[in-house]
Design a protein around this ligand. Sequence first.
Ligand SMILES: Cc1cc2nc3c(=O)[nH]c(=O)nc-3n(C[C@H](O)[C@H](O)[C@H](O)COP(=O)(O)OP(=O)(O)OC[C@H]3O[C@@H](n4cnc5c(N)ncnc54)[C@H](O)[C@@H]3O)c2cc1C
Length: 458
Amino acid sequence: MSVSLVLFTADLRLTDHPPLRAALDGGRDVVPLFVRDPAVDAAGFAAPNRLAFLADCLHALDAGLRGRGGRLVLRSGDVVEQVCGVAAETDADEVHLAADVSGYAHRRERRLRRALEAEGRRLHVHDTVTTVRPPGAVTPASSDHFAVFTPYFRRWSQAPLRDVLAAPRAVRVPDGVGSEELPDRGRVAGVSPGLARGGEAEGRRRLAAWLRGGLDSYADDHDDLGIDATSRLSPHLHFGTLSPVELVHRARGAGGAGAEAFVRQLAWRDFHRQLLAVRPHVAGADYRPRYDRWRSGAAARADLAAWQEGRTGYPVIDAAMRQLRHEGWMHNRGRLLAASFLTKTLYIDWRAGARHFLGLLVDGDLASNQLNWQWVAGTGTDTRPNRVLNPVRQGRRYDPDGTYVRRWVPELARVPGPSVHEPWTLRGSDRAAADGYPEPIVDLEEGLARFRRARTGG
Ligand SMILES: Cc1cc2nc3c(=O)[nH]c(=O)nc-3n(C[C@H](O)[C@H](O)[C@H](O)COP(=O)(O)OP(=O)(O)OC[C@H]3O[C@@H](n4cnc5c(N)ncnc54)[C@H](O)[C@@H]3O)c2cc1C
């Protein structure tokens, strides 16, 4: 019997999985393999929230495979050595893998191809597993990537979409392939108390609920912090428990303004991936350098700590940072405001903020995180790089009655109405209700002037 090996990475699902379908072609046996590579952990990606979510995903994948007669094989070690080892043990002559965009993923692919071919085995890399469009498939005439979202989105929307693949009915795994024990979510220390559950079944449950009850109002409500009306599917997209191609099909099938706005967000995800794929260094370096001399020293370190801990004295920023710590997730408007506050109002390096986010976000993702941080810092693809978001005005606009702030900042839970966004203006009993909440760590006008001076060289 011929054997194929499927290396699962950021595609931990059975539905709409082109590598698995190709591996099964012709009635082959399949080894579904996941490798825990210490190189990924060493690069700082082993954040507790993501490890816990990953544990759920691996258990769910194993359960899905067992329901089809198979099981998941887990190994730890250098990914290339492990794949070659399992391929040799099972005499697999082909290996299937989803394409991915980071420098690590590109190196993995090159090393795997070399090592497998040296042993007479073939590597098949599949597009449209972790993205809707393959990076590099949508490019302008004069460059290897789009630097501006709107023209990218126009072309992205026009290209045809492949069909969604059903999950296979049966997966036969060769006998005798050893596996390590799957990790246990309960054993991961330092997990956020409100962390969501992972796994394909959970992702599909959330997707069904979203299509039924959220998508319609998404265009109107997605920016409202209090209503909290976004899909929360980002961790499932990050771990690949849901397919982005399927999400576009399902949203377009539902139709309406909400679906259009939602599909546009999925295109943003691809947009950042097509950029990182050809400029891997922008994970750490400015895409468009502005020659910033970011603040450093004791005062900057104290400001960074106040931001991280959600005690800046600006309620909407503190609410967002506390949501991040509690849930391992943050609303997109909160991310924009928190990042603008750090990089522009406090004038602290976007890399410090991106690192803190990656330490906590369950959807923490090199392309989406680093490039959104750069977008906000004005070193990325924003065509208005020096815009500064005012946390009071934005709070009043996107959390008009203060629901979000009161939800996450208990010191302000008894302050009524929108004045919760400016606790320093409160008088009398309202002021007493805000007792214990810190004073602002920076004057907004002074922060703005400092940023403008820095960016204009004045
Ligand atoms: C500073 C900053 C850091 C961010 N870091 C990450 C990150 O590490 N991982 C991550 O997945 N997203 C990141 N985002 C993008 C966005 O905030 C999240 O994808 C979104 O909040 C997830 O919530 P949701 O699933 O409810 O999104 P929805 O609004 O329901 O959107 C649907 C999907 O579209 C994608 N998406 C939406 N907005 C963006 C965007 N601006 N860029 C890329 N993809 C997007 C996500 O996959 C999301 O799940 C960041 C944004 C900012 C401003």
